[in-house]
Design a protein around this ligand. Structure first.
Ligand code: B4P
Length: 191
């Protein structure tokens, strides 16, 4: 099973990808987590990404495409994968299409988590307040405003991109976490 989870910041992509990974034994590939790990380790990619992420902007397409391209070649992705937070631009989606074509892999579904703006802000403010290790560098009002603007300008066009390819499935991301998981499972069982 190969799928993409699409949605604005705080929509629950990371939350749901971890649950789907558990349920189906397919790998969660979160570009956000990979980039945060690179920042924490101080690698060249991390040094490049650190300030960009803290401002709530997108890391350059070529950097993220390279990370995903290498990751998809790892043996643990052979059974399937959930792309969480990738692609985030039309250029990334086109690069992914080429990559998958070259590897002879077909996507099963693109699941969009639909959540209203006010709920996204509430969720991220809650995470910033409650996170044990302190808030994420980009979980503050200014960066969040930017992340939402970037989503609408650069990522939302992917909804039409995948609808045109007959892959888009939209679920209500405002329901409880269990309910959202059940909706995604239904979509996958039907794919
Ligand atoms: P990400 O790490 O992808 O973060 P996100 O979009 O903010 O979060 P997500 O939707 O996963 O929300 P979560 O489940 O955590 O990106 C961070 C940054 O990395 C980007 O801004 C960018 O700089 C960079 N980046 C990443 N990928 C990139 C790419 N492809 N290209 C360029 N740059 C890239 O949920 C949020 C909160 O809501 C949690 O606290 C959760 O507990 C809560 N929640 C979730 N579902 C809920 C529900 N149903 N009900 C109530 N609460 C819920």
């Amino acid at each position: 099973m190969r799928l993409i989870l699409l949605g604005p910041p705080g929509a629950g992509k990371g939350t749901q990808a971890a649950r789907i990974e558990q349920r189906y034994g397919i790998r969660q590939l979160s570009t956000g987590d990979m980039l945060r790990a690179a920042v924490a380790a101080g690698t060249p990619v991390g040094q490049k990404a650190k300030d960009i992420m803290a401002r709530g902007e997108l890391v350059p397409d070529e950097v993220v495409v390279q990370i995903i391209s290498e990751r998809l070649d790892q043996p643990d992705c052979a059974k399937g994968f959930i792309l969480d937070g990738f692609p985030r631009t039309v250029a990334q989606a086109e690069a992914l299409e080429e990559l998958l074509k070259a590897k002879g892999i077909r996507l099963d579904a693109v699941v969009e988590l639909e959540v209203d703006g006010s709920i996204l802000i509430e969720r991220i403010e809650k995470r910033a307040r409650e996170s044990a290790g302190g808030p994420r560098a980009d979980d503050n009002a200014e960066a969040l405003k930017k992340r939402l603007e970037v989503y609408h300008a650069q990522t939302a066009p992917l909804i039409a991109f995948y609808r045109d390819r007959g892959l888009l499935r939209t679920v209500d991301g405002m329901a409880s976490m269990d309910d959202v998981t059940n909706q995604i499972v239904s979509v996958l069982e039907a794919a």
